[in-house]
Structure formats: structure tokens, C-alpha cells
Design a protein. Sequence first.
Length: 355
Amino acid sequence: MKALVLSGGSGTRLRPFSHSMPKQLIPIANRPVLEHVLDGIRELGITDIGIVVGERGPEIEAALGDGSRLGARLTYIRQDLPRGLADCVRIAQDFLGDDDFVMYLGDNMLPQGIAEVAADFRTHGPAAQIAVYKVADPRAFGVAETEPDGTVTGLVEKPAHPRTDLALIGVYFFTPAIHEAVAAIAPSARGELEITDAIQWLVSRGAPVRATEYSGYWRDTGRVEDVLECNREILNGMTRQVAGEVDETSRIVGAVVVEAGARIVRSYIEGPAVIGADSVIVDSHIGPHTSVGRDCAISEARIDYSITLDGSSVIGAKGLHGSVIGRAATVTTADHPSGLHSLIIGDHARIEVAA
């Protein structure tokens, strides 16, 4: 079996970060979203992985390389324009050949893995197996209609009046039958080849299609608030590991990872949290669910439930909560009224907050 990871989206909801980095490389617990995705695929024993990329492909390739560091063999497949998920299958057909494959959206976080969906596919042998999740408002998703045994009877992309609350969450298992379906469908009203239309084509012709209701944690990292929630979830599963330097006046409480080369000086670190390699924390309080990237400098600051990307600096800010600080950005203080601050700032920015 092979895998196809879709990583060509532009990430407009993650601006300003997606102006300067692909959304699939946003760090969750100091690792790019795509690395978490590849972990989930490798857990199935799949190592031959195609990655569909758009104009930011060189940045993704620079981050992941040939995959050997991650125990995989990566093939990059260029999509010149975003023409839909089914178009990704079409342009990847030479890579996929006649193999079964899993298709996985590259901005999805499913930290408990997808072994249950894979097992259903292998046990029942349908033409397609989809992962679904009950959501409060299905109108923004592809929606599946199913029988009690999991047989799919219909699919609709972003319906105005959904007939069920079962949303497709971006994990699909396919046999080569999907290639005929993709070749048979036409672009939708929004000009894209919809994977839901291709799967519906299979259903309409009597091919077996099944759904597995996903029971683990799932989040699409398309918005900043989703990134922070995913960071919380991943940090909650970490265990304490202190490889960096912590001076005798500092206190480390709970599940805290201090990577090699990091230094903690006269500071209080309250887990779950991760401090990236070669970062320096001085006279500061790092609260729960915070990821400090690599080569960061934090001094006289108080931060919780936040992410600071590599190379950023926070100096004197005492009330950062729910913040994401871009690469090489600087947050410092000025003489303004005090209070809590929630900051979403992009790479290389400089912000002054109340002292």
C-alpha cells in the first residue's frame, strides 16, 4: 500500500504565517504538522509516500527532504493550480500505479492514528473506505449518508441542508477503482474535481464504499485557534525529558521537555510545555500548553497557552496568552496600560506591549 499526502493548499485562514511558510509546516509541539501526518502513515507500515505540493513545494521539500530522516521514501508531485482533491489523485496516478493507497490531507491532526480505519479497509475490502466524524455544523464539509453497518449510500460536498452530521475529515483508503471514478467526473460548480463526487460515482455504480466513524482526537489546523488547540493536545501526551541546562534557581514542574542546548535561568516552567534546542529562558514564567521554538530568547516574560516559532524573542511581556509569535519576531514592552495580550504576529515582526 502507498500513501498520498495533499499539501498544496495556500492556507489563507492562517495568514500572516502562511505568507512566509506553508501552512503544513506550522509547528505543533515544535514539529511541523506534516511530520505528525507522516508519523500516522508510518504507523500503518506504509513508507512509500507521495506528497502533492503547490507553489510552496520547494519549502516543503527542504523541510522533509527525501524522507529518510523520517523512515519514509518521499516523492513530490507538483499541482500547478488547486483543482480539487480528485485532481490530486489524477496527477498522482503514475506514482500510485495499481496499488491500494491512503489519501491524507496534510493539515489534519489525528494524534491517535488511523489504524482503525485501515483495519476496516483491510477487513471488508471495499472500493473506498472513508473516515467520518460527527460535527455540529456539517455545511463546511463533505457529508456522508450511511447505513447502520457503515455502508455509504450517498455523499454531498458542502450541502446547504445536510441530511447527516457525518463529516469527511480528510482520510480516505482507496483501491485502484478510484482512478476510473476520477476520470469520469466533471468539475463542480466551484471549478474543482471533488473527491466526494468521485466516491459518489462509485456508490452510484454499486461499488462497495464504507465509512468508519473516527473516535479519536481530530482537528483541521486551518485556523490559529485550531493550531493552539492541537498544540495543547499533543503537549498533553508528552513526558518529562530534560536534556538542556537548568540552573539551581529554576523550577521545572510537570511534563516539560527541555531540548539539548536550551538554557533555563532563574525561571519557572510549568508543563506540559516544550522548550526548543538552543533557546534561552531567563527570569520568566512559561505556563502550561506552551511551545517555545528553537533559538528563542525569552526574558522577564510570562507566557502560557502559546507558541513561539524559531528565532523569536519575547522581552518583558508579562501577560501573553493564546498567542502565536512568528519566526524571528520580537515582542517587547512599552509604557501602555497593562493587561493580558493575545498576539498573532508573523515572521520578522516587532510588537510593543504594555510593561
